[in-house]
Each structure stands twice: as structure tokens, then as C-alpha cells.
Design a protein around this ligand. Structure first.
Ligand code: G3P
Ligand code: MG
Length: 382
């Protein structure tokens, strides 16, 4: 333990005060958890999960020395040295597309299996909805994502709304819309007859006013706007982030804020409560799924470990969650418990001097580069 503390202190001299703060708050817990995370360098039995917004990027710009930090996880020949993935509540594009975008921005090869979006668990729901008409909501290409997952009858809320004349009474005032779809009928099926069987919010909705109206229509009528009241179809949110960092100096309202708006309006115009399921961090199952992916990555990097007992019968001994949002990233790692340890950066939602009072991280550092320096020194990796 003494050696580890010394290593941490050397690697993160800027972070000494923060580490001491964490130790002051939870001395025995921190010591206990860190002493259980002592993977020998030979086994390399640790992995890393990076949050994206506020840790790796703000908007599309890399922050906190993220390209250098990520490059340290690769060998000189460009092959992956340390198992890591991106665990984000964001999304709106297929994982393979996000992997390409991150590869370009960070200058390394990222595979689609290293990208876990808030909506990635929707994949598991394909069988339930088979050929049902479902609506995909949010920025980017939400319908393309759902089609990519295997859903067969998907419409984006943009396209779906365009079939219903006057469904958005404010549309004529939306001068900022340059291209307006004006479909009269869908080429393959009748949206005026067929009920929507499921609504999936994948990413931050773009036109809140219209989306609140159209979703209230779908959810109050049993899936057919303009018809009478009916049972609410299932509603899913990819995450419940109230706020996120983005490029503006202060936080922006996220999907959780949209959920609150929809829920509060729906509950006012109906005599029953809105039902929904939210995915994303801090749900422990998201962390469990990430741990499984990291274990597979570890085995692909070090196939020889398959022959040994190192990873065959055991799980990774430590997984570091590096995030900027205490309520989401740190809370999630805390809820998930061992082998998760949390590292909080000051490049996003969290800007405090000390640790977060409600969801204290195991370590607080300025940037993701500082986080990687600490982790690699602790794990005795050059
Ligand atoms: O819209 C994205 C945001 O809600 C969170 O992204 O990467 O911080 O989990 P991230
Ligand atoms: Mg974040």
C-alpha cells in the first residue's frame, strides 16, 4: 500500500490534495479497495472505461490531453496494449460510425466493440418488437441506429411527424427548417392505420416542442395520433442525464431534462402516470456489460492468459471508470462496486476543488491525461 501511495503521489503530484481529500473522506474504504486492485504487471488484469463528453471531448474537440492519454494504451506498432472502452450516455449514430469518428479525432484505431452508447442495450429488445412499428427519437441518425440493431420497422420522429398534416401547429413558424419532408404516405405501410408499438429516445431530442407534442399524441392514444385514448406503448430512454458538459461554458440540458418535461406534461393531460424505462449510466447493468466487454478485449490482447487461470476463471481485478459527472459516472462505479474504481476529472460537469460531497470518487484529477498517468504508474506500466 505504501508503494502504491508513493507511486500515485509521484504520478499525480498535482492531484495530491485531491487524493488526500478522498482518503480523508473514506480512509479505510479507499485503502481496502485499492489494496484489492493490485494487479501484477504480468497479468495486466485491469481495464479502463472512459466517459466521452467532458472527459475526452467537448463538442468535437479533444480535451484534457485525451489524444496523448489514449495513445499510451497502445503499443508502438499501433496494437492495443491495455483493454479500454468508451462508456458514454451519448449516442445517435451507430457504434461503428462513432468508432471511426473517435479514431480520427484521437489518432488511434478504435474498434466498434470499444464503443458503448446509452442506447446500445436497445439491441437486446429486437425480438420483443420484431416487425412492430417503432419510433426513434433524437439528434443524429436514430432510425439508422435501430435498423442497424435489427429492428425492421423503424421511423424517426422527423419522418413520422411529416406524415401527419398540422400535427405540429408551430411548424409554419419554424423558419430555421430549410428542408421539410412532405410525405403523404409511407411507401411500405400505412402509418394512419398501424399503431406505434414502442418509442425509443436514443439521443438528445432536437425539436423539443414538436417532439413533446407528437410523443404525447402517440403515448396517450395507444400509438395512433388523432385517435381516441388508448394504452401507452412502451417508452425507453437511452439515459437520464439531467445535464451534460458540451461545448458551451456551462452545462446543457440533457435527455433527463427532456424526460422530466415529457413526464410532467403527459401526467397533466392524462389521468394516469407516464411509464418509462431509462438505460445508461449510473445503472449497474451498464457497468456489468462494460466489464464483460473489457474481459473479452483483455483476452483478445493476451490470448496466452486464456491458458492460465489469470482471466479464465477470474474477472478483471480492477476497472477504472474515468468520468466528469459525479451523479452519473462516479455514482455508477460506486453502485457497481468492485472491481470498479472511479476517477473524477475537472474538465466537465465537475469543477470542484475537493471531491464531490455526494458521490466521492476514489481519485480526483484535473484531466484525463493525469488520470492515465496515475493509473499506469499504479499498475507499473511504462
Ligand atoms: O448527450 C451526451 C451526454 O448526456 C453524456 O455523454 O459521454 O458524458 O456520458 P457522456
Ligand atoms: Mg460526461
Amino acid at each position: 500500500m505504501r508503494g502504491f501511495r508513493a507511486a500515485l503521489a509521484r504520478a499525480a503530484s498535482r492531484s495530491r490534495a485531491e487524493l488526500q481529500t478522498a482518503q480523508r473522506r473514506h480512509p479505510s474504504d479507499l485503502a481496502h479497495r485499492l489494496s484489492h486492485s493490485g494487479a501484477s504487471p504480468a497479468s495486466l488484469s485491469f481495464g479502463i472505461a472512459f466517459d466521452i463528453d467532458g472527459v475526452i471531448l467537448r463538442g468535437r474537440s479533444p480535451i484534457g490531453g485525451s489524444p496523448q492519454a489514449i495513445r499510451r494504451l497502445y503499443s508502438e506498432d499501433g496494437s492495443l496494449k491495455i483493454p479500454f472502452l468508451f462508456l458514454t450516455n451519448g449516442g445517435g449514430v451507430p457504434e461503428h460510425k462513432r468508432a471511426l469518428e473517435l479514431s480520427e479525432l484521437l489518432g488511434v484505431h478504435i474498434s466498434p466493440s470499444q464503443v458503448v452508447h446509452g442506447h446500445s442495450p436497445y439491441r437486446e429488445l429486437v425480438n420483443r418488437f420484431e416487425d412492430d412499428l417503432i419510433i426513434a427519437v433524437g439528434k443524429g441518425e436514430p432510425a439508422a441506429v435501430m435498423t442497424d440493431y435489427g429492428f425492421r420497422k423503424v421511423l424517426s420522429i422527423d419522418e413520422y411527424s411529416s406524415y401527419f398534416r398540422d400535427i405540429d401547429p408551430l411548424a409554419p413558424f419554424k423558419k430555421w427548417i430549410v428542408q421539410k419532408a412532405d410525405h403523404k404516405v409511407h411507401p411500405s405501410y400505412d402509418v394512419f392505420e398501424e399503431r406505434v408499438k414502442g418509442v425509443f429516445v436514443l439521443s438528445d431530442p432536437v425539436d423539443w416542442g414538436r417532439d413533446l407534442q407528437v410523443l404525447c399524441d402517440i403515448l396517450s392514444t395507444g400509438g395512433l395520433p388523432g385517435s381516441g385514448r388508448g394504452d401507452q406503448p412502451p417508452l425507453y430512454f437511452a439515459s437520464d442525464d439531467l445535464e451534460y458538459q458540451a461545448a458551451f461554458p456551462s452545462e446543457r440540458l440533457g435527455m433527463g431534462a427532456f424526460r422530466i418535461a415529457l413526464e410532467s406534461i403527459f401526467n397533466q393531460v392524462n389521468d394516469h402516470q407516464l411509464k418509462y424505462i431509462s438505460y445508461g449510466k449510473p445503472n449497474p447493468f451498464v457497468f456489468k456489460n462494460a466489464a464483460n466487454i473489457l474481459e473479452k478485449l483483455a483476452m483478445s490482447i493476451y490470448p496466452c492468459l486464456l491458458q492460465t487461470k489469470e482471466l479464465k476463471d477470474q474477472h478483471l481485478s480492477t476497472i477504472y471508470m474515468i468520468g466528469d459527472n459525479p451523479k452519473v459516472d462516479i455514482n455508477g462505479a460506486l453502485k457497481a462496486g468492485p472491481p470498479w474504481l472511479s476517477v473524477l476529472t475537472r474538465t466537465g460537469v465537475f469543477r470542484g476543488k475537493d471531491n464531490d460531497p455526494h458521490f466521492p470518487a476514489d481519485l480526483v484529477v484535473d484531466t484525463v491525461e493525469d488520470a492515465i498517468n496515475c493509473i499506469l504508474e499504479k499498475e507499473c506500466i511504462q
